[in-house]
Design a protein around this ligand. Structure first.
Ligand SMILES: Cc1cc2nc3c(=O)[nH]c(=O)nc-3n(C[C@H](O)[C@H](O)[C@H](O)COP(=O)(O)O)c2cc1C
Length: 302
């Protein structure tokens, strides 16, 4: 079941997605962190952030919408308070999710993490607004994305995975830009921009008005995007978006993913990451697949 993502060996291709697994330690009693592929921390910023006002999370018929607003304890508190506990869990693979409102912010977060032990890789969230360029989103402007990846790669002492925004016309173009600028791997998709209105009160259901849609509703779009991104680049692509059962993970791998992440499903079942990985192992067994890694890009097109 092992896969290799940019030089990092994972015992399983199933990773817990950012923002849905806290800082890992909160899940310690429920999930064996040393038995899952890896987990990605909540997004870490230079300073602590309180996030958006509530309500900031709602359920939809096939998923959920969230506008948490990247609430987090800040990178320094993470390194001091959470990382020492994570280091004690032998075999746990920690991927630190990084974001910032400017390239300089992202660089600072990476520098703090560079000095800390116990992190395997960085996942840089490129779906964040860039205030120094008038609030545009890094992940939707090819020039900004190129600058972000080039400059963060220069300082990064660990493999750098770039998490792309799905709110773009051509994911292949953004994937190529990130790869050419030096990304070691790509991950996609983040949530899709969405909105919901309570028709009785005529008010948006989420205080922030718009929110990110995740869960099974986005899966077919996410599979298409992973397929297009994986075709466009030669670096590993980590796929996600609506994975709730083993066959979903297998489908993303066939579309071109080297590994997959599970987010929203952990809200319904905190053991979803483990269960999906066990199911994928069983699927491989019953389909004469010796190594799960051989599934990557194995979709038959004609
Ligand atoms: C409540 C919530 C918080 C999230 N926070 C982050 C975050 O801090 N950084 C990030 O890169 N992605 C974040 N995401 C996006 C997920 O990591 C994932 O890309 C997305 O939800 C799609 O996968 P899923 O359908 O399996 O949930 C968040 C998602 C949810 C539902």
């Amino acid at each position: 079941m092992s896969v290799n993502v940019a030089g990092v060996e994972l015992r399983s291709p199933v990773i817990a997605a950012s923002g849905t697994f806290g800082y890992g330690v909160e899940f310690e009693e429920i999930v064996s962190l040393d038995r899952i592929g890896a987990f990605v921390t909540k997004g870490l910023s230079k300073e602590p952030m309180a996030g958006n006002p509530t309500p900031r999370i709602i359920e939809t018929p096939a998923g959920m919408m969230n506008a948490i607003g990247l609430q987090n304890m800040g990178v320094r508190a993470f390194v001091q308070e959470k990382l020492p506990k994570l280091r004690q869990i032998k075999g746990a693979v920690t991927i630190a999710n990084v974001f910032g409102y400017t390239v300089e912010d992202c660089i600072e977060v990476i520098r703090v993490l560079n000095d800390a032990e116990g992190i395997a890789m960085y996942e840089l969230n490129a779906s964040c607004p860039n205030t120094s360029h008038g609030g545009m989103v890094f992940g939707t402007d090819p020039e900004l994305l190129k600058e972000l990846v080039t400059r963060t790669k220069e300082v990064s002492k660990r493999p750098l995975m770039i998490k792309l925004s799905p709110n773009v016309t051509s994911i292949a173009q953004m994937a190529k830009v990130a790869a050419e600028a030096g990304a070691d791997a790509l991950s996609l998709v983040n949530t899709f921009l969405s909105m919901a209105i309570d028709v009785e009160t005529r008010r948006p259901k989420i205080a922030n008005v718009t929110a990110g849609l995740s869960g099974p509703a986005i899966k077919p779009i996410a599979v298409r995007m992973v397929f297009e991104a994986a075709k466009a680049v030669s670096i590993p692509v980590v796929g996600m978006g609506g994975i709730v059962r083993a066959e979903d993970g297998i489908e993303f791998m066939m579309a071109g993913a080297t590994a997959v992440q599970v987010g929203t499903a952990s809200y319904a079942d905190p053991r979803a990451v483990e269960n999906i990985a066990s199911g994928m192992r069983r699927w491989c067994g019953s389909h004469q697949v010796e190594r799960v890694a051989s599934l990557t890009g194995s979709v038959i097109l004609q």
